[in-house]
Design a protein around this ligand. Structure first.
Ligand code: HEM
Length: 176
């Protein structure tokens, strides 16, 4: 069985350090570049959200294939490694980056009171909830304890796409 708990403290410390470095860099960028920093940070936000979404679209696809692999088979063990790496190397850091940069943009742009921003935030919180659900599923698959059907995974596979469409329409069109 793949041990996902191994060294669980180390990633948390690394994440805290990365977060502190990121916040320091954002503060330095606004001090050094003033208004110009906004567009650089927005570009970084878009790059981070693409990485987050790429992982959120691929992970449930792996779950769909994983359902067909008998527990204990070589295939199943390979899916466990793929799922864990995708989650810890791409999806988790990309989500943190998207949140930090997005909140900085909202603060700098003065969007905290805008209606479209509240709606976007609601959808992003829903997306983060789906992220949490997928993380739990990676742990369950790792323990050969998945109880969600392949059909249900096919449905979950579409949820991030629907949320993505709503989020992008809200932030680009700012309809209210
Ligand atoms: C995690 C929390 C997030 C926050 C707080 C946040 C906040 C923001 C803010 C304030 C802007 C700048 C808007 C402007 O300058 O007009 C922005 C830009 C953008 N965000 Fe987010 N965002 C988040 C997550 C996401 C996610 C998950 C997506 C897509 C799935 C996304 C897609 C975009 C896009 C495409 C832009 C560029 C819009 C434009 O320049 O017209 N954001 N975000």
């Amino acid at each position: 069985m793949t041990d996902l708990s191994h060294g669980a403290g180390a990633p948390a410390i690394r994440a805290a350090i990365a977060l502190a470095v990121m916040v320091a860099m954002l503060m330095a960028a606004s001090a050094l570049f003033g208004e110009g920093a906004y567009l650089w940070v927005k570009a970084a936000h878009i790059i981070a959200l693409i990485a987050w979404m790429a992982g959120m679209l691929y992970l449930p696809r792996l779950f769909i294939y994983h359902c067909d692999a008998p527990p204990g088979s070589a295939q199943s063990e390979t899916f466990k490694v793929m799922e864990r790496r995708l989650l810890t190397v791409i999806i988790n850091p990309a989500m943190v980056l998207t949140w930090v940069l997005g909140l900085w943009l909202a603060w700098q742009g003065g969007f905290f009171t805008a209606g479209w921003f509240h709606a976007k935030l609601a959808l992003v919180i829903a997306l983060s909830g789906v992220h949490g659900f997928f993380s739990a599923a990676v742990r369950k698959f790792a323990a050969d304890a998945n109880t969600t059907s392949q059909r249900a995974w096919r449905m979950w596979n579409e949820v991030p796409t629907v949320l993505l469409v709503g989020i992008v329409l809200l932030v680009v069109l700012k309809p209210f």
